[in-house]
Design a protein around this ligand. Structure first.
Ligand SMILES: *[C@@H]1O[C@H](CO)[C@@H](O)[C@H](O)[C@H]1NC(C)=O
Ligand SMILES: CC(=O)N[C@H]1CO[C@H](CO)[C@@H](O)[C@@H]1O
Length: 495
């Protein structure tokens, strides 16, 4: 009964909110723009934000449409947010609140040009990571480092870092951007690159939504590997209980130590599944089977033998598909997924890796404090740094994204089985993170803005560290009226 009741509520919310006619909608229509009028306008990926009502939704077809839309918004004193794939953790593409003009890049999702001389691709922000990877590979045998989830849109992903399993090898997605076109707060469009509007080019590589609406990227692609070595090792407690604190800490600590010298050709995460019963270490290695064996041997001698092992040579697309769990990379003609979730992140400095006590405390916490009903969680320990990782080869001040001398980004993800978020769920997730940080009081952990956490205290420092002050100066200069202002924007008040 409970289930059907909440589903009914969900449908009622989605359908009872057709966008009201508004002065801004008329302005958009008068400029010949494609304005959403249907009863079932798209809603945020995270169902926690499903009730948000935009002032209007517009689907631009080209940069000049975005410029006109921003001009209408300025005239009508409406704030502007943009959705590329719409997978923000806190619906920031919708402004995280009612009343924004929402620009959805549904019809600007194409690869526009590929230059075979320098391998630079021109692509629109609405391209989904899965479709983009398929097109680059099928047409040009090229590849990029970007996230794993096929539905995520390029624009938002590239706005705040853009990590994936190839990032140790090729950098974050922002490190592969060579230029962008964006519409500014005064409704004009401009180009940014290393040599043109260099301050803005710096700012959009880590905090893009505060400065404008990006309508086009140029990005450096890479030769796609002919094949990679895909691997997945599971460490499972045979008793069916959560791995005990000592075993868990010993395995994770071995993974952490091994990562300090792991070569950049390996992309790896350790996922904690099933309330801590399983650690899965998975990813892929760009190189030969023999080299992989040499690279992985010290990890497995540190962790002890896994309960299950999968190691297979796969072609590039098969590897990306498996990394996402085996479904297709193509999002064409499919139904947009949704989730009901709350996530947090800890970016761990290489200079103060997680202690054994902190790892044990995490296990004690989830073993002693179960999540609320109808909620599950997982934790992903992503290796970003270590060895000759390209992420760490970039200076902390070279892009707006600051966390370069960092070992792991740890994502804590809580998911509701129901359409509404359980009221105790947020406290449960905070408890997991605090179990770690309470044990390492002297450590200044960062956070990753693509795992946007609307409850995060001190987010200016945690997301942007030493780069915040420069970002704030540029934001004040570029958008004094706050046309692009929203929660977690540069210049927004802290939580
Ligand atoms: C819009 O803002 C940019 C950046 O500040 C400036 O260079 C440009 O002249 C402005 N355009 C207009 C029409 O005000
Ligand atoms: C949809 C769902 O999983 N509902 C469950 C929520 O929790 C209560 C209490 O444990 C269960 O009875 C429901 O089945």
């Amino acid at each position: 009964m409970f289930k059907y009741y909440t589903l009914f509520l969900l449908l009622a919310t989605a359908l009872a909110n057709p966008l009201p006619p508004s002065p801004i909608a008329s302005c958009l229509t008068d400029h010949g723009l494609n304005v959403e009028t249907s009863q079932d306008a798209p809603t945020p990926f995270n169902n926690r934000y499903i009730g948000i009502t935009p002032a209007a939704i517009v689907y631009p077809a080209q940069t000049s449409d975005v410029a006109k839309a921003v001009q209408c918004a300025v005239q009508h004193d409406v704030r502007v947010s943009a959705v590329s794939g719409g997978h923000s953790y806190s619906a920031s593409g919708y402004g995280s609140q009612d009343g924004h003009l929402v620009i959805i890049f549904r019809d600007m999702a194409q690869v526009l040009n590929y230059n075979s001389d320098d391998g630079v691709v021109t692509v629109q922000p609405g391209a989904r990571l899965g479709d983009f990877a398929l097109e680059l590979y099928d047409k040009y045998h090229r590849a990029m480092a970007h996230g794993i989830c096929p539905y995520v849109g390029l624009g938002g992903h590239a706005g705040f870092g853009g990590w994936g399993l190839s990032s140790r090898n090729w950098g974050l997605l922002i490190d592969q951007i060579v230029g962008a076109d964006l519409v500014l707060a005064n409704g004009t469009s401009t180009h940014v690159s290393r040599t043109q509007n260099a301050d803005l080019f710096w700012a959009i590589r880590g905090a893009s939504s505060s400065f404008g609406v990006i309508t086009q990227f140029t990005m450096q692609t890479h030769q796609a590997p002919a094949s990679v070595i895909r691997f997945a090792y599971n460490f499972i407690n045979p008793s069916g209980q959560a791995l005990d604190p000592e075993t868990f800490a010993s395995i994770m600590h071995a993974y952490q130590v091994w990562g300090l010298t792991a070569p950049k050709e390996i992309g790896i995460v350790a996922n904690v599944w099933q309330e801590g019963k399983t650690i899965e270490m998975t990813g892929y290695y760009t190189g030969t089977q023999a080299d992989f064996d040499r690279v992985i041997a010290p990890l497995l001698s540190g962790t002890g033998q896994p309960s299950t092992a999968y190691v297979q040579e796969r072609d590039w697309i098969a590897a990306l598909t498996e990394a996402d769990g085996g479904s297709s990379l193509s999002t064409k003609g499919t139904v947009e997924p949704h989730d009901t979730f709350y996530a947090k992140s800890l970016v761990v400095p290489s200079s103060s890796p997680l202690t054994v006590d902190a790892l044990k405390a995490l296990v004690h916490r989830y073993a002693s404090t179960p999540p609320p009903n109808n909620m599950t969680w997982f934790i992903q320990f992503e290796l970003w740094g270590g060895g000759n990782s390209v992420i760490s080869s970039v200076d902390a001040g070279a892009t707006a994204y600051p966390h370069r001398q960092h070992h792991w980004t740890v994502q804590f993800y809580g998911r509701a089985a129901t359409a509404s978020w359980p009221s105790q769920g947020t406290a449960f997730m905070n408890g997991l993170v605090n179990a770690v940080t309470d044990n390492m009081q002297g450590t200044r952990f960062g956070a990753y803005a693509n795992y946007l956490d609307p409850e995060l205290l001190g987010w200016r420092e945690k997301y942007y560290a030493g780069n915040y002050a420069r970002l704030a100066r540029i934001q004040e200069e570029m958008d004094p009226r706050g046309v692009f202002m929203k929660a977690d924007n540069i210049g927004a008040p802290e939580t």
